[in-house]
Design a protein around this ligand. Structure first.
Ligand SMILES: [Zn+2]
Ligand SMILES: [Zn+2]
Length: 372
């Protein structure tokens, strides 16, 4: 889709017009995809970018790559937001739910396709308001797992183990009930033996060794009674051990599934180089936190990669509940920077983009020069 203001213009004219608007709105520094910036905080940190380990190594300085939040991208994000308000739902989930429960990041990526046309991709972060819906028609969807067949196999195994846990927990509960019943059936007999123990030692007609002998006999009788519910006790112990074993299996499988969808997943940059998410991520704590790589910006960029399109602008907007103190997730409809988890992988993801942009539009080269 061509921004209305640019209709009838050639590709170069459109890009130059966009660049001029961008420079007017954000200054020239933000117009380049290659910007040096500090690791975190401070002026000049790109809102939609991150540090690149590869380029940083060469230059001896921290080098980051970023995408500009252009006026066009903001307009497209606003249009996305308005469309949702009009439709009343996001991927089949009612907007009222987003307002009440949590909300989502929405992102748009402006790209140039092989024919030189502007294309707009749309995505939402993670799952829609924790509904479990991660993908929907018309959006840039999740980055595929490292090995789809393996992920599917692990998920099947996990579902089976979860079902077994339900069944075995019910069996364990029944065994516990049988054990408790068998135990309480013997309770009066046990109490009777215990009650006899004290009086033995209060007797004055027998000596200490005799008292000990009588007490030991009584304890043996008590143990004999307790042994009557031993089979039920053992059955319960075996049943609960089975459940604990299955729970350990479930935890291990859950971890393996999340590895397939996060750490082990391949992220391709604009030089065509792939890295596993765990290697592309500049923050070890975010490698597989269940969020990194699942957000709007990574979904959009991976989709553009697959389609062979060149991104030229991005904008992200928050929709849903005002989470107040939670940074980045403010008022519904507010433009937001890429979240920190995204920025941990954006440096790698965007590497090579500036060169791709220069190939399709030499004008951007001039802008990059100005930015340096
Ligand atoms: Zn994000
Ligand atoms: Zn780089």
């Amino acid at each position: 889709m061509t921004p209305r203001a640019d209709e009838g213009r050639s590709l170069s004219e459109r890009i130059e017009a966009s660049a001029a608007r961008t420079r007017a709105a954000y200054g020239s520094q933000a117009a380049s995809a290659n910007t040096d910036c500090p690791l975190a905080g401070g002026e000049g940190v790109p809102e939609h970018g991150g540090n690149c380990a590869e380029c940083g190594r060469e230059a001896g300085a921290t080098r980051s790559h970023s995408l500009v939040r252009s006026a066009e991208a903001e307009a497209e994000a606003a249009r996305f937001y308005d469309d949702l308000q009009r439709e009343g739902n996001l991927g089949g989930v009612e907007l009222s739910r987003l307002n009440e429960e949590k909300g989502n990041m929405l992102g748009v990526l402006l790209c140039v396709d092989a024919a030189g046309e502007t294309q707009v991709l749309r995505a939402f972060s993670g799952a829609i308001d924790e509904s479990g819906i991660r993908d929907a028609e018309g959006y840039s969807n999740s980055i595929p797992p490292a090995d789809s067949a393996r992920a599917a196999e692990l998920e099947r195994e996990l579902a089976q183990v979860k079902e077994n846990i339900v069944n075995e927990t019910a069996a364990s509960d029944r065994a516990l009930k049988a054990y408790q019943d068998a135990k309480s059936a013997q309770e009066p007999a046990i109490k009777e033996k215990i009650a006899k123990l004290g009086p033995i030692y209060r007797r004055t007609d027998i000596d200490k060794p005799e008292k000990d002998r009588l007490a030991a006999a009584l304890k043996a009788e008590k143990a004999e009674i307790e042994a009557r519910y031993d089979p039920e006790k053992q059955a319960y112990e075996q049943a609960s051990a089975k459940v604990r074993k299955l729970e350990a299996q479930r935890d291990s499988l859950t971890q393996q599934v999340s590895e397939q969808y996060a750490g082990e997943r391949e992220i391709t940059n604009f030089k065509g180089e792939s890295k596993k998410q765990k290697d592309a991520c500049t923050d070890a704590a975010r490698v597989s936190d269940g969020r990194t790589g699942n957000c709007a910006a990574p979904k959009l960029l991976a989709d553009a990669q697959r389609k062979g399109w060149t991104p030229v602008g991005i904008a992200e907007i928050w929709i849903g509940k005002d989470l107040g103190t939670q940074k980045d997730f403010g008022e519904s409809g507010a433009y937001v920077p890429s979240c920190e988890c995204c920025r941990a992988i954006l440096g790698h993801t965007l590497c090579g983009l500036a060169e791709r942009q220069e190939e399709i539009a030499p004008e951007l080269d001039i802008m990059a020069d100005e930015a340096r």
